[in-house]
Ligand binder design. Structure first.
Ligand SMILES: O=P(O)(O)OC[C@H]1O[C@H](OP(=O)(O)OP(=O)(O)O)[C@H](O)[C@@H]1O
Ligand SMILES: [Mg+2]
Length: 175
C-alpha cells in the first residue's frame, strides 16, 4: 500500500488482489490472439504504453504483424489516476495505413479499468479495433475484444510490476 496523502488510492479501494504470472499472461495473450485472428486481418498493431507493450509484442508475433506503433499515454501515477496526457500519437505512416480513422488497425492494452484511457485512444482512432487482455465492468463497453473480466474492485498485479517474495504462513496471520 502506498499512501501519498489521506485519499485512499484506486488500488486501496480496489481491495481484491489479482496477481498474474508471466505464464498466465502469455496464455491469456495467446487466447486473445485466437479471437483477434477471426476478426482481422490488421495492417498494424498499436500498443498503448506502457502496459500495452507486452501484450502487443505477443499478439503481433502470433498474428505475424511487424508494423508496431505506440500511443503514449500517462494517467496513473502508480495507483492514482491523474489527468490523461497523450505524450505521443501514432506516426503519419501508421495513420495512412488506417485511412486516417484507424480502420484495419489493432489497438492493444493490458486492461481497461475506468475506460478513460480507452476512450481517449478511441477518439483518436474511432474505426480501429480495440483489444485488451483484461477488462473491468466500467471500461468493458469500450473494448471490442478482451479475454478475462474481473470485478471493478479487483486490482490486477502484472508480472512486470511485481517480484517473488516471501509470504508468512497462513496460520501466522498471512492474508
Ligand atoms: O481504464 P483506465 O482507468 O484508464 O485504466 C487503464 C489504463 O491504466 C493503466 O495504464 P497506466 O496509465 O497506469 O500507465 P502504464 O501503462 O504506463 O502503467 C493500464 O495499462 C491502462 O492503460
Ligand atoms: Mg497503460
Amino acid at each position: 500500500m502506498v499512501e501519498r496523502n489521506s485519499e485512499p488510492s484506486v488500488q486501496d479501494r480496489a481491495g481484491r488482489p489479482f496477481p498474474v504470472s508471466w505464464d498466465q499472461f502469455h496464455r491469456d495473450c495467446r487466447a486473445l490472439t485466437w479471437r483477434l485472428n477471426e476478426v482481422g486481418p490488421f495492417h498494424a498493431v498499436i500498443a498503448i504504453t506502457r502496459g500495452g507493450l507486452v501484450p502487443a509484442a505477443i499478439v503481433a508475433r502470433e498474428l505475424g504483424l511487424r508494423v508496431i506503433d505506440t500511443v503514449c499515454v500517462a494517467s496513473y501515477d502508480h495507483d492514482k489516476q491523474g489527468d490523461l496526457k497523450v505524450l505521443k500519437g501514432i506516426s503519419e505512416q501508421t495513420a495512412k495505413l488506417g485511412g486516417g480513422t484507424g480502420k484495419g488497425l489493432l489497438i492493444v492494452d493490458d486492461l481497461v479499468d475506468t475506460g478513460k484511457t480507452g476512450r481517449l485512444v478511441r477518439e483518436l482512432l474511432p474505426d480501429a479495433h480495440f483489444a485488451t487482455v483484461y477488462a473491468k465492468p466500467q471500461g468493458r463497453p469500450l473494448v471490442d475484444t478482451y479475454i478475462t473480466e474481473v470485478s471493478q474492485d479487483t486490482w490486477i498485479f502484472f508480472p512486470w510490476d511485481t517480484a517473488l517474495s516471501f509470504q508468512p504462513p497462513i496460520r501466522d496471520g498471512a492474508a
